[in-house]
Design a protein around this ligand. Structure first.
Ligand SMILES: Cc1cc2nc3c(=O)[nH]c(=O)nc-3n(C[C@H](O)[C@H](O)[C@H](O)COP(=O)(O)O)c2cc1C
Length: 197
């Protein structure tokens, strides 16, 4: 079969040598970065193409200050240093877009009146979209620092007071300060993390 594998350099930059950033250099993001991140992340697969993630792209100092009270102390300095912090949220009423996003089938009816299922689907697929956004950032030559250390209730109250969107996790984006890397953790061996049937 024709081998369509990307170069080792690409695989290394997306996965093997990419590191989680815990500090950032003061380089500003290249013009147009937030638009490119959003656009690339939108192409990843989601159930019924529902695209339930919502991204709050925090670049301004004022918006950063609104985020600060929700952060765990250990996440404060890295977030203040990052030129961009993304709140990866999900929309509890994502299904309202389904007639446009998935015209082949009336999937909206599965979720209207079933908030428990809607939230499960929004969370699962919104999480995937957060991962697509992180890989998109790496593909653009940037580094990411995902974080779940924050007070979700406080953050939701500040940014999503009407309750329709909910925070999932945060991602700092920028050029990593290599001094900020923690020691690299090992990964599981194939036999520990996978079963081939
Ligand atoms: C969903 C998620 C939540 C995380 N939460 C935090 C956090 O609150 N604070 C932090 O400093 N690192 C956090 N991390 C970073 C992880 O510890 C890090 O990505 C992991 O150890 C792998 O590091 P490496 O990419 O350098 O190998 C989080 C990562 C993910 C994916």
């Amino acid at each position: 079969m024709f081998d369509r594998t990307m170069s080792d350099e690409t695989l290394n930059r997306l996965f093997r040598t990419a590191r989680t950033a815990h500090g950032f250099l003061s380089d500003p993001l290249p013009e147009g970065t937030v638009g490119k991140l959003f656009e690339l992340a939108q192409w990843g697969p989601t159930a019924f193409n529902a695209l339930p993630a919502r991204f709050v792209l925090i670049q301004s100092r004022e918006a950063k200050e609104r985020l600060v009270p929700s952060l765990s102390p250990g996440n404060l300095a890295q977030t203040l240093a990052a030129p961009l912090t993304v709140i990866v949220a999900y929309d509890l009423e994502f299904y309202e877009y389904l007639p446009r996003l998935y015209p082949a089938y009336d999937a909206r009816k599965l979720y209207v009146g079933n908030p428990q299922l809607a939230e499960q689907v929004a969370f699962r697929n919104g999480t995937l979209q957060g991962a697509y956004l992180m890989l998109a950032a790496r593909a653009l030559g940037l580094d990411v620092g995902p974080m779940s250390g924050f007070n979700a209730e406080k953050l939701n109250q500040e940014f999503f007071p009407d309750g329709r969107w909910k925070a999932n996790f945060l991602v700092n984006v920028g050029v990593a300060d290599p001094a900020s890397f923690y020691p690299r953790g090992p990964r599981l061996a194939f036999e520990e993390g996978a079963v081939l049937l």
